[in-house]
Design a protein around this ligand. Structure first.
Ligand SMILES: NC(=O)c1ccc[n+]([C@@H]2O[C@H](COP(=O)([O-])OP(=O)(O)OC[C@H]3O[C@@H](n4cnc5c(N)ncnc54)[C@H](O)[C@@H]3O)[C@@H](O)[C@H]2O)c1
Length: 360
């Protein structure tokens, strides 16, 4: 199969979807690879590292999209990219619940689109997990910076001192992002609370991390805690679907001025009512005196780490899709990844999010 790897176009997106390790495996399996000029450079991979393996380098995205039967990307495509892909195959993070426009474009162009994040195996999302680990850790580290007065924050040191209290951190959602943010928060000495809808999960976390406060998630619990909180990390997920709103605009009034809301769930549409997507170039904005951090591609800040972790997670599925081609329907994991096919919407949660017809 002819496989194309374009350079990512989202602002400050430095990851590449296929690193030389994955490229080598695909070429050994008999596929032809076409990489856009310097697509790997920001992750530390030069064109030469790919050409040595037999990958062809093409100058423009149009050439890559034209020659390939399967496009591998990191972030969701632009509408122009979807037009170039047409009715061929695309494998990437799609997060379609957060964009009806993109969903409709993929349907209109009859693209066979596969999403990394909708594959669930043993209750885990194996292709989201490595990015969630990075995003969880970075969301907390970035929030610490935003607490500094010099960065426009309230001027608090996360760990406090022997004579001053530490900062208070609330993490909503105890999945991969939540636990990674919690580990950072506890490690840095913050007073840390993590909440979820799953009591069993919370109990197991408390056993492993006795210093953390746990509670079942509810609007009432969150409202009671907000007046004391310095940093909130929003890390909820209902796979494929739009996240629930866990903090409304009304609830911002309960928070001290210059507190931080970090909405990691923003890639799925966001879990705070006042969230809208931001970029690494301009990561924050304020609503009612509360600092919002809503970067959609947090792991891109560390592309050397993120590209390799992503490739380890995605390469088995990419190899399977490349091997099966149009026979992908025989594979249950690829069928979970399939979001649109021949003009039909094949993901139930996305169909529900946009009130569009669902086809199995
Ligand atoms: N912005 C980024 O760069 C970036 C990177 C990676 C992941 N993410 C996003 O982060 C989010 C979390 O990902 P994850 O891998 O940790 O998911 P996960 O499935 O591991 O965890 C989600 C948790 O949210 C909990 N939850 C659901 N509804 C809740 C509610 N109302 N209150 C409290 N908890 C609730 C679930 O029980 C689950 O434990 C996803 O939207 C994911 O796409 C964003």
């Amino acid at each position: 199969m002819k496989i194309g790897i374009p350079k990512e176009i989202v602002s400050q997106e430095f990851r590449v979807a296929v690193n030389p390790d994955t490229a080598k495996k695909l070429i050994q399996a008999g596929h032809e690879l076409f990489l856009q000029n310097n697509a790997g450079l920001d992750s530390g991979y030069t064109n030469e590292m790919y050409t040595e393996l037999g990958v062809s380098i093409l100058n423009t995205p149009a050439e890559v999209f034209a020659i390939a039967d399967l496009i591998i990307k990191v972030k969701e495509p632009s509408l122009e990219e979807v037009e170039m892909i047409g009715n061929k195959m695309l494998f990437t993070y799609l997060h379609l619940s957060s964009s009806k426009v993109l969903t409709e474009k993929l349907l209109e162009c009859k693209t066979s689109s596969f999403a990394y994040e909708t594959v669930i195996i043993n209750k885990e999302t194996p292709m989201l997990k490595p990015m969630s680990e990075i995003a969880g850790r970075l969301s907390l580290l970035d929030s610490i910076e935003l607490l500094k007065k010099s960065k426009g924050g309230k001027g608090k040191l996360i760990a406090g001192t022997s004579l001053a209290d530490p900062a208070n951190v609330l993490i909503i959602g105890a999945g991969i992002v939540g636990i990674n943010a919690m580990q950072m928060s506890l490690g840095l000495g913050a007073n840390t609370t993590i909440i979820d809808l799953n009591q069993e999960l919370l109990n197991s976390i408390k056993q492993r991390y006795p210093a953390v406060n746990i509670a079942l998630s509810s609007k009432e619990y969150i409202s009671n805690l907000l007046p004391t909180i310095d940093i909130v990390i929003g890390a909820v997920l209902t796979p494929g679907a739009k996240p629930p709103v866990v903090i409304s605009r009304e609830m911002l009034k309960l928070m001290p001025e210059k507190s931080i809301l970090s909405d990691v769930s923003i890639d799925q549409g966001g879990c705070f009512e006042t969230s809208h997507a931001t970029t690494h170039a301009e990561p924050t904005y304020e609503v009612d005196g509360i600092i919002h951090y809503c970067v959609k591609n947090i792991p891109s800040a560390v592309p050397f780490t993120a590209t390799n972790a992503l490739n380890i997670a995605t390469s088995p599925f990419i190899l399977k899709l490349a091997a099966l081609g149009s026979d992908f329907e025989t594979d249950s994991h690829l069928m979970m990844a399939l979001n649109t096919h021949q003009g039909k919407l094949t993901n139930k949660e996305v169909a529900e999010a946009h009130d569009l017809p669902f086809n199995q």
